[in-house]
Design a protein around this ligand. Structure first.
Ligand code: PGA
Length: 262
């Protein structure tokens, strides 16, 4: 697959912000701007409790809905968890293995891998996050950390469906800090991720996987990340809660060159 054939993707991770009423109102306020950006897939990821309210707003538009987490079992005694069966039909995407899940909720590569496999089984597209701590980067361990996360979290997927997978490279030190990675650092790690995916799945299949950059993405820097060949868009936290979120998608489109209308 040529690079130009991968549809760019910009996702907004609202994290633990906006309950159902606020989420509905905010999504509605963004909508008229978002729908004008064609040729980039745009995904809104509100908290689980707000998914139905946002789904109602997005219904009939080209804007997609994503969850921020999911358990791997279908049902049962798992207090507080949300199953893939519950998300199926509601969300097209689910963010998995975000560093906040890994750090505060003890998610390991193995857990993330099980969740991603369950997402595939239930036709929900996983956005799987990987990224190194600052200490890792400072100690030149970025390659080692990313390699073990990619091998641990991204193994065993159905090779012919890898175009449904999104991998988000999110250096932990760049998340919510206002200190984004440099485009060169992001390019280097995105290339590493793709090389590892080639090892896992072969060149043809790996070329269909979309890779995002995440960590302090704003309207000012989104274009410089999207200009990188191995990066297909961004996973946006703080700036996705701002009224000009659509501008990030627009900058992404501009950097990638206009695609045909969806
Ligand atoms: P940020 O968050 O854009 O606020 O840095 C990114 C993320 O956590 O996905």
């Amino acid at each position: 697959m040529k690079v130009s054939e991968r549809m760019p993707i910009v996702a907004g991770n609202w994290k633990m912000n906006l309950g159902p009423t606020e989420a509905r109102d905010f999504a509605a306020s963004l909508l008229s701007d978002l729908v004008t950006v064609r040729g980039v897939e745009i995904v809104l990821c509100p908290p689980a409790i707000s998914l139905p309210a946002v789904s109602a707003v997005l219904s009939g538009t080209n804007i997609k809905l994503g969850a921020q987490n999911m358990f791997d079992a279908e049902r049962g005694a798992f207090t507080g968890e949300i199953s893939p069966l519950m998300l199926h039909g509601l969300c097209e995407y689910v963010i998995l293995g975000h560093s906040e899940r890994r750090t505060y909720f003890g998610e390991t590569d193995d857990i993330v891998n099980r969740k991603a496999l369950a997402a595939f089984e239930h036709n929900i597209r996983p956005i799987v996050c990987v990224g190194e701590h600052l200490e890792d980067r400072d100690a030149n361990r970025t390659e080692r950390v990313i390699t073990s996360q990619v091998y641990g979290s991204l193994k065993g997927f159905p090779a012919h469906r890898l175009n449904e997978l999104v991998v988000a490279y999110e250096p932990i030190w760049a998340i919510g800090t206002g200190r984004a990675a440099t485009p060169q650092d992001a390019a280097d790690v995105a290339a590493l991720i793709r090389a590892l995916l080639v090892e896992l799945y072969g060149a043809v299949e790996a070329a269909t996987i979309r890779v995002q950059y995440g960590g302090s993405v704003t309207t000012a820097n989104a274009g410089s990340f999207a200009a990188i060949e191995d990066i297909d868009g961004s996973l946006v936290g703080g700036a996705s809660l701002k009224p000009d979120f659509a501008e990030i998608a627009r900058q992404t489109l501009k950097a990638k060159g206009a695609r045909g209308a969806r």
